[in-house]
Design a protein around this ligand. Sequence first.
Ligand SMILES: [Fe+2]
Ligand SMILES: [Fe+2]
Length: 332
Amino acid sequence: MSIQNVRLEVMQFLEKNIDSFVENYLIPVEKIWQPSDLLPNSEKDTFLDEVTELREIAKELPYDFWVVLVGDTITEEALPTYESWLMDVEGVDQKTANGDNGWAKWLRQWTGEENRHGDLLNKYLYLSGRVNMREVEITTQHLINDGFDPGTDRDPYKNFVFTSFQELATYVSHNRVAQLAKKFGDNKLSKICKIIAGDEMRHHLAYSEFVDRIFKVDPSQMMLAFEYMMKKKITMPAHLIRESGESIGSAFEKFSESAQRIGVYTAMDYVDILEKLNAKWEIDKIGNLTDEAEKARDYLLKLPARMTRIAERMVVPSEEKLFKWVQPALIK
Ligand SMILES: [Fe+2]
Ligand SMILES: [Fe+2]
C-alpha cells in the first residue's frame, strides 16, 4: 500500500472518534464565551464611560506592545487562510454523499472557536484609540490575499505537527501578552488575552492528541513527518505579513523582533515548544521504528540542545522599529 493510502486509512480510523474529540476539546456554542462578554456593552448607557476608561488605561501600554498586539490580531484575522488550507488536507472531506465527513466537521467547529479571537482583539484595538485601524485592515487584507505555505502539503501527519506546534505557540504568546497587560495595569485586556490563550491550549491538546494516536498506529511515518517539519522549521502563520505599499513578507522580521524584545515569543520559546512536543509524544520511548525513523528520532531528541546553542547566540536589535499600524506620537 502506498504511504498516501496508509495515511488515508489512518485518518478514517481516527475519524471514528471525532465526536469524542469534539466533546473533549471543543466547547458547545451556547456555553463558550463570546467577544461581547469581554467588551463594553454598546446597548448600555454606561458604554461611553467604559470606553473612556478603556482608552485611558490603554495609554499606559508601550510601543512594542501595540505592535505585537496588532500582529497577533492580524494573524488571528487571517483565519480564512488556515481554514481553507486545512480543509484541503488528505482525509478531510466536505463533499461526501452525506456532506461533511468527521474531519470537516471538526475543522468547522475549530474555525468557529478561532474566529472569536480575531473578532475580540480587533474590537479591542478599535476601541483603544492607540492604533491606525485602516493600516491594520490593509495588512489583514494583504495577508489573506498573500496566503501562506506551512510546507505541509496535503499530508495530515505534517499538518497535525504544524497545528500542534502553532496552537502551543499562540498559547504562549497570548499568555505573555496577558501577563504584560497586567503588569501595565490593564486588567481587562489581560483577561481578554488570557481567555484566548485558554482556547489555544485546548486546541493544542486536541491536535497533539491526534498526532499521539497516529504514533500508535503508524510510528515510523509519523516520526519522519515530525522530523521533516522540524528540519524545515515551523513557519509562523504571519510570515508573509506586510504593511501598506510594501512588498510581501517585509514586515515579518521586525514584527518578530518586537515580540522577542518584549519577551512575548522568543527563539527559546520555539525550543521549549519542541521539547514539550518531544515529551508529550514520548519520542524517546517509541518502538517499532524503521532504521530511517530511528535516525529521525535521534535527530529530534538532539535538536533542542542544538537549537538552544543557536538561540543563545541570537541578538535582537534593541531599537524599536516603527510600523504604520501604530503612531509613535500617540504612544508614551
Ligand atoms: Fe487563535
Ligand atoms: Fe489557534
